[in-house]
Design a protein around this ligand. Structure first.
Ligand code: ATP
Ligand code: MG
Length: 440
């Protein structure tokens, strides 16, 4: 992409209406604009990041055996009357009437809808277990939308739903999603610690929130530093390995982590002092098992192996995809701006021409841009007619992992400067070497 043709509105000043750094940077670097309270338009740069995060989430769900579908944002009130939640849900639900005075709502979540879809098609124990998910916009009319996309009213969520014949199966589905979450967040380059959540409507130990550490987080967290050593992607653990997944769950449960809501001083005292970590965190995911809450209320039944009627056991698994954009910036930025991990950077590399009025500089930059694109490397080329310093500042602000700076002096001696945004390390090398390095 050529910056001169792009819609990348960067701001010099920090907007005064944004309180936390990720929100400030999302506005300054032109990722989002608010269009109504808690509702945002995703500008091209923000949208690229959102799509990349979504894709990592999708690939890890697929790898874990979940199947993607897409349910609508608008739902009928009658669906929610079946579960009894239409009246119970409260003012967070946006209620709408269509032209025929039918009561509708903008979905805050999809348990009712997935349960009826499943109920209407599935007849036998052979149709279980199944895990279905979608990545869809949700609306919750939050009392106090704040911190930009972190607590919006309209937000993008991945929500998965599991259906099993019995509780033992449901536990396996739960462990499977737990591993998928650990792998997803690790791939995204963030440390999200699973913390036992205040148990859901049916109690038990199957409810965890995944929390990213960040000083501006809404909850206070306490965890064992052992989490920092775990490598979930390298681990031999395979989906379908029942004993292995049980082992994973036992290990997570044995390694202390809790929010202020569930903090247990007795267990905390047992964590070796050097290993105790405290701080604040942002909830980026929540998994929980709720048994037959919806299946029983909505009359979902299948015939069991012995011909009896069985009510499937279910769980819900959410990831705040749009919240993650903010959470990742909270976890990865410096004074100059955002520092994207490669896995989700909007572009891998940015080219900056220091002198837009110098023919040989422009020719060298154009050549490099063509070759990077030919090599399939996502490149943003800042070809604007601006001062070099301004362009370097914008490039730091938007946080691409690599920068190639092309200036008249370097061009004369056959070199460009390759800068690593995270470490700040710069190296002068030939255009060929820079290309080879980026293609690695
Ligand atoms: P919170 O405790 O932050 O209000 P929740 O418990 O209501 O969240 P869930 O119903 O578990 O949220 O939704 C799954 C995920 O969706 C959350 O872990 C979070 O990442 C995201 N999420 C929830 N509410 C919002 C919101 N208002 N804006 C952005 N993301 C949200
Ligand atoms: Mg929650």
């Amino acid at each position: 992409m050529r910056w001169s043709r792009a819609f990348l509105p960067v701001l010099k000043e920090t907007p005064t209406d944004a309180q936390i750094v990720s929100h400030q940077l999302m506005l300054r670097a032109g990722l989002i604009r608010q269009t109504a309270a808690g509702i945002y338009a995703w500008l091209p740069l923000g949208f690229r990041v959102l799509k990349k995060i979504e894709q990592v989430v999708r690939e890890e769900q697929d790898r874990a055996g979940a199947q993607e579908l897409l349910m609508p944002t608008l739902q009928s009130a009658d669906l929610w009357r079946e579960s009894g939640r239409y009246d119970a849900y409260g003012p967070e639900m946006l209620r709408i009437r269509d032209r025929h005075e039918r009561e509708m709502l903008y979905g805050p979540t999809n348990e009712e809808m997935i349960t009826t879809l499943f109920r209407d098609e599935v007849k036998s124990y052979r149709d279980l277990p199944r895990t279905l998910y979608h990545i869809q916009w949700k609306f919750r009319d939050e009392v106090r939308p704040r911190f930009g996309v972190m607590r919006g009213r309209e937000f993008l969520m991945k929500d998965a739903y599991t259906f099993d014949l019995d509780e033992a199966g449901a536990r396996q589905s739960y462990y499977t999603q737990m591993l998928a979450y650990l792998r997803t967040f690790q791939r995204l380059g963030i440390r999200a610690v699973p913390m036992k959540a205040a148990s859901g409507p049916i109690g038990g130990d199957l409810s965890h929130e995944f929390i990213v550490l960040a000083p501006t987080g809404e909850s206070e967290v306490f965890y064992d530093g052992a989490y920092e050593e775990f490598d979930w992607n390298q681990s031999e653990l395979r989906y379908g390995d029942e004993a292995g997944l049980q082992g994973l769950f036992d290990r997570v449960n044995a390694t202390y982590a809790a929010t202020d809501e569930t903090h247990d001083l007795g267990r905390w005292a047992e964590v070796p002092e050097a290993s105790r970590r405290t701080g604040r965190g942002i909830e980026v995911g929540h998994i929980f098992y709720f048994g037959d809450k919806y299946s029983a209320a909505m009359n979902l039944k299948v015939s069991g192996r012995d011909g009896s009627q069985v009510t499937p056991m279910m769980g819900s698994y959410g990831i705040g995809v749009s919240r993650l954009v903010g959470a990742m910036i909270e976890a990865s930025h410096d004074e100059a701006g955002i520092v994207w991990p490669e896995a989700i950077a909007p572009w891998k590399v940015g080219i900056v021409t220091m002198r837009a009025d110098d023919d040989s500089t422009v020719a060298a930059a154009e050549g490099l841009y063509d070759r990077l694109r030919a090599a399939g490397i996502e490149t943003l080329y800042d070809d604007r007619d601006e001062r070099g310093g301004v362009k370097l500042g914008s490039m730091d602000l938007i946080g691409l992992p690599w920068q190639i700076v092309v200036g008249p002096r370097g061009v004369a001696s056959g070199v460009v400067e390759l800068k690593n945004r995270r470490t700040g390390e710069r190296e002068e090398l030939s255009a060929e070497s820079a290309l080879a390095r980026l293609a690695e």
